[in-house]
Write a protein that binds this ligand. Structure first.
Ligand code: HEM
Length: 507
């Protein structure tokens, strides 16, 4: 009972505070905004697929300048929905918007924001990101993981064959688990050196963390102490602690093994053999401010940021290919030409496949796995597209809506990889072309692009080189369910089932 009285008092304060803030806001030229209600602001206007709700609100209220200002509980939030607005934001105001809003769940589950993804903008984030870019995810290290990718792509093909042989339903195989196991194996081998045995445990750990971070949080609605009281009363704080204990149990023996290995081998570990933990432990020796907690936090960060984004993208790619047999045939043709009858294709050959690269771009345009990126927060006032945006405003960049912006893309809803080959200036997703931002852009851009791309490409090429893919019996291409499920990443709502047919000479 006490909690309810306390909550009601806090809610009242929040409403009064909100009204005062609203009155103050009216003097500046703010972006358009739908009508709001007290306390919730615009939260009640959002459905489970946030990127779609935000797109609908943009079409209804925010087409002028591509910006919308929402009040999501306590958080004033700027939504960017067009390529032109994204260009202004990233070119002129990236620094102002380079921080992250503090969300208790994310803070707690990242060992106090000691990772890269949830760290506020500042020296600690800068150093952590530099370490990732220069050491853990450098081109040299990505190159050194090539044998891991090749071995795991071969394992994916073998697992697909086994699944097809065991399948009853006309040979239809559910791809989701196969693809997750593949990306999980590549990422954990790169991060921890552990081969293959951790997939189930990690899936469970990541699943727990995701369910705790997703959705509206108490601190979206209530100020610090009141939000904490709600988390405590609802048992959430305990769940955070339990989740962190589980992560610790998982990571501590792996860390201890690495420290032992390091002691034995000292300087003998070559760059090719170093996983992310080796790299971070080596850097820890040189940097007294780096603790074991930092190392754990960053390893979890890299694994969490890499695994589901990559496997969700692979599932969407297979779905779009199955729904577009013309594109599937054209891509298989390119792969067959590059293979020249050989059973295995090298990464160098994969790297030269232009149509395949266009397919991946087209998938990421239509299905960015993190459709509104990761929320940013501004640390200074900024004038974006002629509107005044106060400091401490959260930011959602709707990469999903930007990929469908009719001012930037012809026939935006059509799956047509050729749009990336059509002779004009090449559009890429590395942060310079603001109409295609599945990895973000600017200071907070994903540091894992060069790691993710060959992981995606190797699996895709292997699956299309070794199998022809058919829809389950009786289904036509137009009947595939392409709807999305909500979450931190946005997978297909219904897991994709396809029939893999072994290609004769290679099987
Ligand atoms: C298809 C695969 C991937 C996609 C689509 C993707 C997308 C993203 C997006 C949208 C962000 C947020 C950008 C922003 O805040 O503006 C991000 C951040 C991040 N990603 Fe990725 N990512 C992928 C793979 C990876 C991989 C493989 C790694 C590491 C091995 C990685 C590590 C990170 C990290 C550490 C951040 C935080 C960066 C920061 O806050 O400064 N990601 N990624």
């Amino acid at each position: 009972m006490y909690h309810y009285v306390f909550l009601a008092a806090v809610a009242l304060l929040a409403v009064v505070g909100y009204g005062v803030k609203n009155r103050r806001r009216r003097s500046a030229k703010l972006p358009p905004s739908p009508p709001s209600v007290p306390f919730l602001g615009h939260l009640h206007l959002l459905g489970p697929l946030l990127h779609r709700s935000l797109h609908e609100l943009h079409l209804r209220y925010g087409t002028d300048g591509g910006l919308l200002l929402l009040q999501l509980g306590r958080r004033r939030t700027l939504v960017v929905s067009t390529a032109a607005a994204a260009a202004d934001l990233y070119r002129n105001h990236d620094l102002a918007f380079a921080s992250r809003p503090l969300v208790a769940a994310a803070h707690k589950l990242s060992y106090g924001s000691k990772n890269i993804t949830f760290a506020p903008f500042g020296e600690q984030w800068r150093r952590a990101k530099k370490t990732a870019v220069v050491h853990a995810l450098s081109p040299r290290r990505v190159e050194a993981f090539a044998p891991v990718r090749a071995a795991e792509a071969a394992a994916l093909v073998a697992a697909t064959r086994r699944a097809a042989d065991a399948a009853a339903d006309g040979g239809a195989v559910e791809l989701r688990d196969l693809l997750y196991s593949y990306t999980n194996a590549v990422v954990t081998r790169a991060a921890t050196g552990a081969a293959g045995t951790t997939a189930e445990k990690l899936k469970q750990l990541l699943g727990n963390a995701t369910s705790l971070v997703a959705g509206v949080q108490a601190d979206d609605l209530l100020p610090g102490m009141a939000a904490k009281a709600v988390r405590w009363a609802t048992g959430l704080e305990k769940q955070y602690d339990a989740s962190m204990e589980e992560w610790d149990k998982f990571l501590s023996p792996i860390m201890a093994e690495h420290a032992e290995k390091k002691k034995k081998k000292r300087e003998d570990i070559g760059a090719g053999e170093e996983d992310f933990i080796d790299v971070l432990l080596r850097l820890k020796e040189e940097d007294t401010e780096l603790t074991d907690t930092h190392v754990k936090s960053r390893v979890v960060d890299l694994i969490a940021a890499a695994t589901e984004t990559t496997s969700v993208t692979l599932e969407w790619t297979m779905a779009e290919l199955a729904a577009n047999p013309r594109v599937m045939a054209k891509l298989q043709d390119e792969i067959a030409r590059a293979a020249g009858g050989k059973p295995a294709i090298t990464e160098a050959e994969v790297g030269g496949m232009e149509y395949m690269k266009a397919v991946v771009k087209e998938v990421l345009r239509l299905h960015p796995p993190a459709p509104i990126l990761v929320p940013h927060e501004s640390t200074a006032a900024a004038a974006v597209q002629g509107y005044e945006i106060p400091a401490r405003t959260s930011l959602f960049v709707n990469a999903w809506a930007i990929g469908r912006d009719p001012a930037a893309w012809g026939s935006p809803e059509e799956f047509r990889p050729e749009r990336f080959l059509a002779g004009g200036p090449a559009v890429d997703f590395r942060g310079n072309d603001y109409q295609l931002v599945p990895f973000g852009a600017g200071r907070r851009i994903c540091p894992g692009i060069s790691f993710a791309v060959p992981v995606l490409e190797m699996a895709l090429v292997a699956l299309l080189h070794h199998f022809d893919w058919e829809l389950p019996a009786g289904m036509r291409a137009g009947e595939l369910d392409m709807s999305e499920a909500p979450g931190l990443t946005t997978p297909l709502r219904v897991p994709l089932r396809l029939v893999p047919k072994r290609k004769a000479p290679l099987a």
